[in-house]
Design a protein around this ligand. Structure first.
Ligand code: NAP
Length: 276
């Protein structure tokens, strides 16, 4: 088993995830894993870094596929005895003009952005070593979607006692409410992406609380963040930040020094803690 520190970035064959891997290759003192659901897209991305003189390892990971997540978990356990840095970056968004029915957009978006990210955390968080760093890439869209929720939902999502089961129930209810076309009446905003990212931000707050309760002495720091508005296939060419600039806040959180005691359980953008 290798004692070398190891970092894993989900959805990193392109966009912000790729830029996070590039930055970690330069700054993380250990092995960096670029992961992708499609092996050939992943290998191409590794080759692109190689051409820049950087070395990343590749492992397949489709966050929608529990078997794929567990294969990565077993690999990390066997080869490294755990992991040191996990960046949950993989995500999807329907384009604004997409005519797919809203209920389908809700189901598909929540499946990857919330349920897939949660499944990765369920399998990999127990493997995170002391002084590990976990970064969940959310979005400012989570804050604006929170503002569009009913007072009752806002209270639940801001609660310091909400459990992961409560959150899963709420995310499931959103999808069900869109199918019955009662989501607005039930207090939800009309943004599937925004609600999925509420899920990611609130999940991060819950996970940080759980780490405080169960692994206090391990000094693990876990946060959610927004990368900013970044020129990728998701956000398009008009966005204000380059992918490397978008990677800055996630990388800052992934590399928080071992003597840092925060941020933890926070939502950040531009390396600054935002009020939730
Ligand atoms: P992107 O260019 O579309 O890249 C998304 C990445 O996620 C791709 O590598 C994609 O793989 C991967 N992915 C999607 N579904 C996956 C799955 N089931 N399993 C594994 N990987 C999967 O988007 P981006 O702009 O870089 O976004 C990265 C993250 O930042 C997302 O979480 C996004 O919500 C968030 N974000 C972006 C912006 C922005 O302005 N761009 C703003 C706020 C937050 P494929 O190539 O196989 O599709």
């Amino acid at each position: 088993m290798s004692n070398v520190p190891v970092a894993v970035v989900t959805g990193s064959n392109k966009g912000i995830g790729f830029a996070i891997v590039r930055a970690l290759c330069k700054q993380f003192p250990g092995d960096v894993y670029l992961t992708a659901r499609d092996p050939s897209r992943g290998q191409d991305a590794v080759a692109k870094l190689q051409a820049e003189g950087l070395h990343a390892f590749f492992h397949q990971l489709d966050i929608d596929d529990l078997q794929s997540i567990r294969a990565l978990r077993d690999f990390l356990k066997e080869k490294y005895g755990g992991l040191n840095v996990l960046v949950n970056n993989a995500g999807i968004a329907f384009k604004v003009l997409d005519t797919t029915p809203f209920a389908v957009q809700a189901e598909v978006t929540l499946k990857t952005n919330f349920f897939g990210t949660r499944n990765v955390c369920t399998e990999l968080l127990p493997l995170v070593k002391p002084y590990g760093r976990v970064v969940n890439v959310s979005s400012m869209a989570s804050s604006s979607a929170l503002g569009g929720c009913s007072q009752e939902l806002q209270q639940k999502f801001r609660s310091n006692t909400i459990t992961e089961d409560d959150l899963v129930e709420l995310m499931t209810k959103f999808v069900e409410d869109t199918k019955k076309n009662v989501h607005e009446k039930e207090g939800w905003p009309s943004t599937a992406y925004g609600v999925s990212k509420i899920g990611v931000t609130v999940l991060s707050r819950i996970q940080a609380r759980m780490l405080n309760e169960t692994r206090k002495g391990d000094h693990i720091l876990l946060n959610a963040c927004c990368p900013g508005w970044v020129r990728t296939d998701m956000a398009g060419p008009k966005a204000t930040k380059s992918p490397d600039e978008g990677a800055e806040t996630p990388v800052y959180l992934a590399l928080l020094p071992s003597d840092a005691d925060g941020p933890h359980g926070q939502f950040l953008s531009n390396k600054t803690v935002r009020t939730w």
